[in-house]
Structure formats: C-alpha cells, structure tokens
Design a protein around this ligand. Structure first.
Ligand code: UT7
Length: 326
C-alpha cells in the first residue's frame, strides 16, 4: 500500500506584480529579471487583514469539492510554510478552524522551499502506517509579508500562493514510492530571516536593522541549488531504476529557471516534460510544487512517473518519486 495524491487544488491571489511595476520600485529592469530568473510576474495578497491561511482556504475548499468529501473527514493537516499566520497557534490549526475540519489534528512544518516535499513525505507515512486514511498536505506562503520591496536582490524573486493535496491509501501500486530528503544546517547563514524568533525577538532595533525580511546571498545559494537539486533528482531516479524515458514529468521547485533547466538537463529530460510556471508566480516557497501539480492536473494520467525536486533555505533539499494515481 502506498500513500497516493487523490486530489489537488491551488490558489494564487488576484493582484499581479509585474516586472514593469518593480522597475518603478527598485533599480531593476525586465530584461535582467527575465534572463537571470525567468520570472515575469508574481501574485500578491494585498489585503492586510489576510494571511497565509487565507491563501489555503480556497485551495483546500476546491480540493474537497473535487474529491466530493467534507472537511470533517480530514484526519490530519500538515501545513508547510515559512510564513505562518503567527508564531503560534500553528497555521494548520487556524486553517482547520476556517474550513471546519473539526476532526483533524495538525501541525506546521518548516523546511523553507523544500517544505512541501518534507510534508508530503511525512504525510505519506501516516497513511502507510495505517494510522490515517485522509491526510491534507498544504504548501503555501505569503512571501510578500517578509520581502523587503527596497531590496532588488530579493524582491523580484518571491510571490504569494498556495497548493494543497489529499493523501489516501492506494492498493494499485501508485502514490509516493520513494524519497531522498536532506538538510545541511551550515547553509543556514546564506538564506534566512534573522528576526522574530527567540534569537532576535522583535524590537525597534531588529526592525531598524531589517532583520524581519528574507535575506539571501543569491550567488552562493544558486551554486548549491544547481548542484544539489540536480544531484538528488538523479539519485532518486537511479535507485528506482528510472531512465529519462520512464519519467513522464519533472516537477521542480520554482526558484530560478536556470536551476530548473540544470536539473532537467542532468535528468536527461526535455522541456516538454518539465512543469514550469515561474514566469507567472515567481518563487512561492512551499507553494511552488503543489501549484504546478494543480496547473498540470488535467495532463496527468494514472500511472505517470513524476519526479519532484526542491532546494531551499536551511539548507534543505530533496526529491520524491511519485506515481500519479488518477
Ligand atoms: O528558493 C530558495 C532557493 N533560492 C534560490 O534557489 C535562488 C538562488 N539564487 C538565484 O536564483 C540568483 O543568484 C539570483 C537570481 C538571486 C541572482 O542572480 P545572479 O545571476 O546570481 O546575480 P548576482 O547576485 O551574481 O548579481 C549580478 C549583478 C550584481 O551586480 P554587480 O555586483 O555584478 O555589479 C547585482 O547587484 O546583478 C545585480 N543585481 C540586479 N540587477 C538588476 C542583483 N539584483 C538585480 C536586479 N536587477 N533585481
């Protein structure tokens, strides 16, 4: 028995922040952004009263409707995010309340851009152990809440968005087949938010120093991401005896088109087999992979071999081999 994705849905807020608008905010230009990252626009949740859980509500409601089940049937919610509504309670709890998942327990999982992969792997194990039959794995971030729109190094990269999948037992050989997940804490210095935790609790000084914004040493992260994301995807393929011909889809984290291309090239996969929507959404952190699955859902067939891969802050990275179940 495997844990299979039996429904997927996503949500991206309406406001479109284009490269042209960013040109009016920082010293940048469309040509630089497109050629260095592949991003043309990203979505922003403008309403200051709304948070990451509000991105998840329409994603989850759409998923439940598609699957034809009620929120009361959900047993566990794993909410993968780096931008929780609050430090506590967990965004999973807030979401459960908003959608009426009164019988679920849940928790947040923080693994930066690899969050959804870590959550999918964790959620799958509650199904495989027989403990639960309906697990919701949500990946979403309101990155605009932690982006400094005066810093051209980071503000061009990120957007807001959320995707959600339902995991259920599968007895036909489909679902999560294998995963390789990794962390290296020595990379934490290159991509982080220093303020707001127990090390640097919020104060006038932390605000003045900009410690509540996402910080990234782009060039260093790029170097590690390019090598490790390609490496780990190749590793998962190899140990499951998958050649490039066996793989139907590569579903890469959407941080930079050049990182995606390098991963696809290493796996020997042509661009027709690679899900790419970075031009529309930018990097939505935990949201990128489920948003891709949602967007490509209609093209996926039962039994398709999918390789998911991500790299992000921590450092965290990994790859999952998944057989599509419907
Ligand atoms: O999802 C989590 C993991 N994150 C990633 O995987 C992101 C990894 N990093 C990247 O994708 C890339 O490093 C960036 C897109 C962030 C930057 O691209 P790059 O090719 O590595 O550029 P760079 O940082 O080496 O900067 C090149 C130049 C610099 O100017 P000098 O020092 O050569 O004069 C930057 O100041 O480009 C400049 N620059 C910009 N110019 C126009 C940096 N940002 C911008 C900008 N517009 N927005």
């Amino acid at each position: 028995m495997h844990a299979a994705i039996t429904a997927v849905h996503g949500y991206a807020p309406d406001y479109v922040l284009t490269n042209q608008e960013l040109e009016t905010m920082v010293d940048t230009n469309d040509e630089w952004i497109v050629s260095r990252t592949g991003i043309r626009e990203r979505r922003i949740l403008k309403d200051p009263t709304k948070a990451t859980s509000d991105l998840a509500v329409p994603a989850v409601k759409g998923l439940l409707e598609k699957r034809g089940i009620s929120a009361e049937e959900i047993e566990l919610i794993i909410f993968c995010t780096s931008t929780p509504d609050m430090l506590f309670p967990a965004t999973a709890n807030i979401l459960a309340d908003k959608i009426g998942a009164v019988n679920a327990w849940g928790y947040d999982l923080q693994a930066a851009c690899s969050g959804f992969l870590f959550g999918l792997s964790t959620g799958a194990q509650f199904i495989e152990s027989g403990k639960h039959k309906k697990v919701l794995v949500v990946g979403g971030d309101k990155m605009s809440s932690v982006v400094n729109y005066k810093d051209r190094n980071t503000c061009i990269l990120f957007g807001d968005g959320c995707g959600a999948v339902l995991l259920e037992p599968d007895y036909e050989g489909n679902g999560v087949i294998d995963s390789v997940l990794k962390t290296d804490g020595s990379g934490g210095q290159y991509l982080n938010i220093k303020g707001g935790g127990s090390l640097n609790p919020a104060s006038y000084a932390t605000v003045d120093a900009g410690l509540h914004y996402a910080y990234q040493e782009g060039r260093t992260v790029f170097k590690f991401a390019v090598t490790n994301m390609a490496e780990v995807a190749a590793e998962v393929m190899q140990r499951n005896n998958l050649t490039s011909a066996d793989v139907n889809w590569l579903v890469p984290h959407q941080a930079n088109k050049r990182i995606i291309d390098a991963t696809a090239e290493r796996a020997g996969l042509p661009e027709e087999k690679v899900m790419v929507n970075i031009h529309k959404y930018g990097n939505t952190t935990s949201g990128t992979i489920p948003l891709c699955l949602w967007e490509w859902e209609n093209q996926l067939k039962k039994g398709d071999n999918l390789i998911l891969a991500a790299f992000g802050g921590g450092f965290t990275w990994g790859s999952i081999y998944l057989k599509w179940a419907y």
